[in-house]
Design a protein around this ligand. Structure first.
Ligand code: KIV
Length: 276
């Protein structure tokens, strides 16, 4: 019983929502990466990452699709339960796939599956203004929620491509309001993708919960990257915010350790990874 807990190194206790809140308060940057299988998850966990996301980016980097749209709840559960077996320290978040949270009851059923079958500790959903009632419903049932705003890849066909969000002042203002409303609805973490530095800073300052950025500049509470991008496995062009950590490392573990170190010291993201 409780094999995973027995294996845990208590000098490095498992991260939970309180740890993340404390890190924000103490201004300790939160280092996050994605993982999709047990071998990489073990390595990422060992490198000192605080949070691991089983992202629906698996649709692109594992399954070879052009977008995250085809990913299913079954896919996330499959990968999440393998990742969960390998983690002893990092907090496990699993993505709610496209159209798996369009109504409150459907969202609750799927979130429960990600937690019970996928062993996730928090679910992430792409939180447009219409998702507040979904977040509220999940929070009312004690489901920890991460609200993903800014560029929302599941909406790529509606938006017309992967692009920077919030450059227009009125759009930026709406995004700050949306972040605060999602927080009020019960989101425990906000994830902010592809926005100008200044907007990243404003949202991190105005939210009480941790704000994790990907292409959101250096002034947020933590950083996340897709593992295959930062290890140089992804072929072809990668987004501007990606830094390849394998070129200066001896092996993937050293690359992940260098990433954690760069996030904690504030060395990553550098100006060339940011949007204005
Ligand atoms: O699916 C994913 O990996 C994500 C990250 C890009 C944050 O949402």
């Amino acid at each position: 019983m409780y094999v995973q807990l027995k294996q845990r190194d208590m000098r490095r206790p498992p991260v939970n929502v309180s740890t993340l809140a404390r890190m924000k308060k103490e201004r300790e940057p939160i280092a996050c990466l994605t993982a999709y299988d047990a071998s990489f998850a073990r390595l990422v966990d060992r490198s000192g990452v605080d949070l691991v996301l089983v992202g629906d980016s698996l649709g692109m980097v594992i399954q070879g699709h052009d977008t995250t749209v085809p990913v299913t709840v079954e896919d996330i559960i499959y990968h999440s339960r393998h990742v969960a077996r390998a983690l002893t320290h990092a907090f496990l978040v699993a993505d709610m796939p496209f159209m798996s949270y369009s109504e409150p009851e459907q969202a609750l059923d799927n979130a429960v599956r990600l937690m019970q079958e996928g062993a996730a500790m928090m679910v992430k959903l792409e939180g447009g203004e219409g998702q507040r009632r979904i977040v509220e419903h999940l929070a009312r049932h004690d489901i920890p929620v991460c609200a993903h705003i800014g560029l929302r890849p599941q909406s790529v066909h509606k938006i017309g491509g992967f692009k920077v969000h919030g450059r227009d002042p009125s759009q930026a203002e709406r995004m700050v309001t949306n972040a605060r409303r999602l927080e009020e609805a019960g989101a425990d973490v906000v994830l902010l993708e592809c926005v100008p530095n200044e907007l990243g800073k404003a949202i991190a300052e105005q939210c009480r919960v941790p704000v994790i950025g990907i292409g959101a500049g250096p002034d947020v509470d933590g950083q996340i990257l897709v593992l295959y991008d930062m290890l140089g496995i992804t072929q072809g062009p990668v987004p501007k915010f990606v830094r390849n950590f394998i070129t200066a490392a001896d092996d993937p573990l050293a690359a992940c350790e260098a990433y954690v170190q760069a996030v904690k010291s504030g060395e990553y993201p550098a100006p060339e990874h940011c949007f204005s």
